[in-house]
Design a protein. Structure first.
Length: 241
């Protein structure tokens, strides 16, 4: 069974996936979410072990009858147990130590195992980030850029990290992906901008997000009122020798 491209949305917690491409004794790891995508992997014939650092997400996955463990992607305990690791839309949230999940993936894989994934890449949500930081600065927040929660690497940076962990990179590429926002920019900010809002008193946060939305309107909202986020994704594949 070949690895298949599957899309998923970040649920508010780490959502890393590992899965086996079809060895009879292969297995997989899913790090995040309520298990909806994990069910699809199981349906494809993969043996799945799910992990998440959120008790609520673990509970939701358990209700689906999945094998899940409460665990952080930076501290996975598996060793040479898996044939493949697939990660989607989580690694850019591990800004404090981006090497840790790569090292843990390497440790979890058998020789010849594949680490395949996608995360936000260099310049992802660039306009949104500039607007958030600029608005914080106007509200008197010093070193506003320090509140940026994401790690968006260049191709060169991530390839170096893969090699440093022991992987042989097969492909690392940046892919622009303008993404429509069904809930508009304000809805997106309500979901993803909490790390910036945390710099302000509670009573200022709603106004802060409204101000950011207005600042972005000429840039990311079309004449019909439809919003598009300026996403750039980094896709990679590496082999453990």
């Amino acid at each position: 069974m070949p690895i298949m491209p599957i899309s998923c949305q970040r649920s508010g917690n780490l959502c890393w996936i590992c899965f086996s491409p079809g060895r009879a004794n292969g297995s997989s790891i899913w790090v995040a979410g309520d298990g909806a995508l994990t069910e699809k992997l199981v349906a494809l014939g993969a043996q799945v072990v799910g992990t998440d650092n959120s008790p609520d997400m673990i509970a939701a996955a358990l209700r689906r009858g999945l094998d899940v463990r409460l665990m952080d992607a930076r501290a996975l305990v598996f060793e040479k147990e898996f044939d493949a690791v697939f990660s989607n839309a989580v690694l850019h949230w591990i800004k404090d130590d981006p090497d840790a999940p790569i090292a843990r993936a390497f440790r979890a894989l058998r020789s010849g195992g594949r680490f395949v994934g996608e995360l936000g890449g260099h310049a992802c949500v660039g306009a949104i980030t500039v607007a958030l930081v600029a608005t914080l600065e106007r509200r008197g927040i010093r070193d506003a850029a320090s509140w940026i929660p994401w790690y968006f690497p260049t191709v060169e940076d991530y390839e170096l990290r893969l090699r440093r962990a022991g992987f042989v990179p097969q492909s690392v590429q940046l892919i622009p992906r303008p993404t429509p926002l069904p809930t508009g920019m304000r809805g997106w900010l309500d979901t993803f901008a909490n790390p910036f809002s945390a710099a302000l008193p509670c009573e200022e946060r709603g106004g802060f997000l409204d101000e950011v939305t207005e600042l972005l309107k000429p840039v990311l909202c079309d004449a019909n009122g439809k919003w598009t986020a300026d996403y750039t994704r980094l896709r990679f594949a590496g082999i453990r020798p």
